[in-house]
Design a protein around this ligand. Structure first.
Ligand code: PEP
Length: 259
């Protein structure tokens, strides 16, 4: 089965509304010279405050809107949080759930993340479930059990059937924001394993249809080699998405040509 490649820009806590509009204008200029490759889906996850600014030109630029996080409840006394139905109403199609920065800095557990995955689906959003091992876990040969546990627990509150959309982002923690991108062989082998676990958890049809993204220090120079791996269906891009130019080049690398 052929899966539609997906590349998602994760701006994290960067870009004001003004900077977001500037990014969109710069992207528009690049797209006039070189449009998105056909068949590749592109999404942007700005901070909540810049969602509306990106939404203004999302259609013209061929961008889907994504959020960086959501709460597990639809509403209630949770100061500072944003719910999945609010994000759906703001125009989001995707929501990132379980990013390692949230696991580490906000103590998010697999259990809480599972409830967010379910909340996202109830609101009609496609969850981008992030999983990844730390350096220590990889060095002590624990990568596979760690990923399996994150995936099984992260999906424990949903029952996925064929036709249900899910995106998984494999993001080794040691590669995020460090400049230490995984080799294509490592990413490919690990993502093949992730697909096997998905098949065991949700069945072969869901596993076959689910896009598994790689994330962790992807740059325009490393994208084509990673994307050549059969189980790498696109990217979640942090640092290299903050400027339109390298992000555009990473997406081009997922087209039929090279970057
Ligand atoms: C991320 O935070 O999802 C990410 C992949 O970051 P970076 O590309 O900067 O490593």
């Amino acid at each position: 089965m052929s899966r539609r490649p997906l590349v998602v820009a994760n701006w994290k806590m960067n870009h004001t509304r003004r900077a977001a509009r500037h990014w969109c204008a710069a992207l528009g200029e690049r797209l006039e010279a070189e449009p998105w490759p056909s068949g590749v889906e592109v999404a942007v996850a700005p901070p909540f405050t810049a969602l509306a600014a990106v939404a203004e030109s999302a259609e013209r630029l061929g961008l889907a809107l994504a959020a960086q996080n959501c709460h597990s409840e639809p509403s209630g006394p949770v100061t500072g949080e944003v719910s999945a139905p609010m994000l759906e109403e703001a125009g989001c199609r995707y929501v990132i759930v379980g990013h390692s920065e949230r696991r580490q800095q906000f103590g998010e557990t697999d259990r809480f993340i599972a409830r967010k995955v379910a909340a996202a689906r109830r609101a009609g959003l496609v969850p981008i479930l992030c999983i990844g091992e730390s350096e220590n876990q990889r060095e002590s040969q624990r990568t596979e059990p760690v990923l399996e546990a994150q995936l099984r627990q992260g999906l424990s509150e949903v029952r996925l059937g064929s036709g249900d959309e899910l995106v998984v982002a494999y993001e080794p923690v040691w590669a995020i924001g460090t400049g230490r991108v995984a080799t294509p062989e490592l990413a490919g082998a690990t993502q093949a394993f992730v697909r096997d676990i998905l098949a065991a958890v949700a069945g072969p049809a869901v596993a076959e249809a689910t896009r598994i993204l790689y994330g962790g220090s992807v740059k325009p120079e490393s994208a084509a080699g990673l994307f050549a791996q059969p189980h790498v269906d696109g990217f979640l891009v942090g640092g290299a998405s903050l400027e339109a130019e390298p992000f555009h080049r990473i997406v081009l690398a997922c087209g039929s040509g090279s970057c």
